[in-house]
Design a protein around this ligand. Structure first.
Ligand SMILES: Nc1ncnc2c1ncn2[C@@H]1O[C@H](COP(=O)(O)OP(=O)(O)OP(=O)(O)O)[C@@H](O)[C@H]1O
Length: 628
């Protein structure tokens, strides 16, 4: 879509106000036309004809015209300024709405800085253009035509002299505008980098301080600013050169009309007043044309922003909502992966032919080396992406046929890095279920072991948490995320490394909260620490995007050639014996895993003594929930 067409679409809801502003400006323009006529009368009758009686009337009329123009311009500025603000609000809203609807694929490939810079910087540029210029463009075009007509009516020869300068403007446009647009686009993409860098560095401020990199960061940022400064300076130069060139053309045009008029007076074909009027008209003609030149400059600058915003607004979500969605109601939680394959990039699958049937209430653990596709499988279940082939069904219904809102309402998610929004604790808990009553929030909080620490906060559940609010520990944040999931009361729970960044003390509380969340629900658990999943009903072992083993811990641990057994051995701190890596039986090496699995209450120190150094800290004594 062209830039002008896009701006027309954005202005469409405000067409009445834009028309009113246009009307006011046209009236102001018509009044402007009266000025040279009044000046002509003043010169010819009062100055040359020395008829001073006409002076009060003519100068009063001039004053009235100027006052009316000022009033009209003020009203116009108020209307157009408001329209500009309204369009900006609509745009930001439209972009945010689009961002909410877009799938993860968009976020995978778009740097955060590019999104923030569009939302703030580009929208701001458009506001400047719409508030200051849009109506002016249209009225200036009208004014130019009207003044040209009056000039032609007054004196065809002088009109011709004036109009010969118009092609010069066109040449200047052609020379400058593409460079202005290219420069503006370059500035915007540099701003993307600056915004992205800023966000990343603010998020990572702790890492910067830990490594004492403040000075280096300052220098990096200065380099980036310098990088964006060059195009900005070039832009200012281009703008100044363009404005001055068009100003020079205007001055030359007005002077030429005046010279041609003087020539006419000398030959007795015009009165001096007529020349003054014609020169004033010529000046008024070149005024709007010159402004149009300036506008073209601003238009090209804003045009780069319009195009960049258009890129987002034109995007369609890659997850297509079904035309006639099947309503799920409350599901029991039976999940089937039927020959599912998927790749983030075409032709590069990361999960292959996954077949899995999970009965309601089953706890399924996904384990395997890093990058084997565990999280991807969960992303597919939540329909963040659609499988390239195969089908996922929930209670027998293919999830492609279910509205994504409906599907995701069935799933509670707890991730490794819990997100806490800047809001009260209660609002954070009811985020996924805004209609939850206070009693439901408290019940979820109690089950997630949030209630006790909520009671210690100054305003209990109403305490502001998140950015700028009450800081929460990692364990508290994690329990808050569990409470949020509980408040939705989902049929299915997804835990992706939910306990991996916690110390053992926090972990036991989290494990208790998680046990409450998992009770009676189908659960998919990704965990690198195998101690946390040994009691799963089904352990799915993946490697290279394939499911290579399935079964309970007890069964898998006895499979001599199994990857699971090797993972256990490696994780519990044992050197891998040749027999292990060669898939041979190595029961002695598995001993610690067996001990963990089968000996609840054994102090970790004893285990460590027997098994050698453990790579993972174990709770001491070992809690019951690591029993097989
Ligand atoms: N958004 C993405 N875009 C492109 N490739 C991705 C994306 N997410 C993951 N991948 C790639 O897909 C493969 C599987 O990743 P996935 O996160 O599913 O593995 P994982 O088993 O969960 O790993 P980990 O245990 O380290 O979290 C990896 O090669 C990874 O680099």
């Amino acid at each position: 879509m062209s830039t002008a067409r896009r701006i027309r679409c954005w202005l469409a809801p405000y067409r009445v106000r834009v028309a009113l502003a246009l009307g006011l400006t046209v009236t102001a323009c018509l009044l402007t036309l009266a000025v040279p006529l009044l000046v002509r009368e003043l010169v010819d009758r009062v100055v040359i004809g020395e008829d001073w009686r006409e002076l009060p009337l003519l100068s009063g009329a001039l004053l009235l015209v100027f006052a009316a123009q000022a009033g009209l311009n003020l009203a116009n500025a108020l209307i157009v300024g408001r329209v500009g603000l309204d369009v900006v609000r609509d745009l930001r809203h439209g972009i945010y709405e689009r961002l909410q609807r877009l799938g993860l694929t968009y976020y995978d490939r778009t740097p955060t800085g590019a999104i923030i810079s569009r939302m703030m910087d580009d929208v701001g540029a458009i506001q400047g253009f719409i508030s200051g210029q849009t109506v002016t463009v249209l009225t200036d075009l009208g004014t130019t035509a009207a003044i040209g007509a009056v000039l032609l009516w007054q004196n065809g020869w002088l009109a011709l002299v004036a109009l010969t300068f118009v092609p010069l403007y066109l040449l200047a446009y052609r020379a400058f505008l593409p460079r202005i647009r290219a420069n503006s686009t370059a500035i915007r993409s540099k701003m993307d980098r600056i915004f992205g860098h800023l966000k990343e560095r603010i998020d990572g401020v702790q890492v910067i301080k830990v490594h004492a990199r403040e000075q280096a960061e300052e220098e990096d940022f200065a380099t980036m600013l310098g990088d964006a400064h060059g195009p900005r300076v070039r832009e200012a130069r281009l703008g100044a050169a363009f404005a001055n060139l068009s100003g020079a053309i205007s001055a030359l045009g007005t002077a030429s009309v005046f010279a041609a008029g003087a020539f006419e007076v000398l030959h007795g074909r015009m009165t001096p007043g007529g020349v003054v009027a014609a020169s004033t008209l010529a000046g008024m003609l070149f005024g709007p044309i010159g402004r149009l030149a300036d506008l073209a400059y601003v238009f090209e600058q804003a045009g780069a922003s319009v195009d960049r915003l258009g890129e987002i607004l034109d995007l369609r979500p890659d997850i297509v909502e079904p035309a006639e969605p099947i309503a799920l109601g409350r599901v029991s939680g039976r999940v089937e992966f039927d020959r599912v394959g998927f790749g983030y990039a075409p032709g590069r699958p990361v999960v292959w032919d996954v077949r899995l049937r999970v009965e309601p209430g089953t706890k399924v653990a996904l384990v395997g080396p890093t990058g084997c596709g565990k999280s991807t499988l969960l992303n597919l279940l939540m329909r963040f992406y659609d499988p390239t082939w195969g089908e996922i069904r929930l209670d027998g219904t293919p999830i492609r046929h279910v509205a994504t809102d409906d599907l995701r309402r069935q799933i509670g998610v707890v991730l490794q890095d819990p997100v806490v929004f800047r809001a009260s604790l209660a609002e954070n808990i009811r985020y996924g279920n805004p209609g939850a009553t206070d009693a439901q929030v408290e019940a979820a909080a109690r089950a997630a072991l949030v209630h006790d620490f909520a009671m210690e906060l100054p305003e209990g559940y109403e305490t502001l948490v998140g950015e700028g609010g009450r800081p929460l520990s990692q364990g508290q944040r994690q329990r808050l995320a569990i409470a949020r999931a509980l408040c939705v009361d989902p049929a299915i729970v997804v835990l992706d490394e939910a306990t991996s960044s916690l110390d053992t003390a926090s972990e036991s509380a989290i494990q208790e909260a998680l046990a409450n969340l998992l009770r009676g629900r189908t659960a998919f658990i990704v965990a690198h620490r195998l101690t946390t999943i040994v009691d799963a009903d089904l352990i799915v072992v993946m490697e290279g995007g394939l499911v290579v083993q399935k079964g309970t811990h007890d069964r898998l641990i006895t499979e001599p050639n199994g990857l699971y057994r090797r993972l256990c051995a490696r994780q519990f701190g044992l050197p891998e014996a040749p027999a292990m890596s060669g898939f041979g039986p190595a029961p002695a090496r598995i001993e610690p895993a067996r001990a963990i699995a089968g000996t609840p209450g054994v102090p970790a120190s004893t285990l460590a003594r027997e098994a050698g150094p453990l790579s993972i800290p174990l709770p001491d004594p070992i809690p019951a929930d690591v029993r097989a």
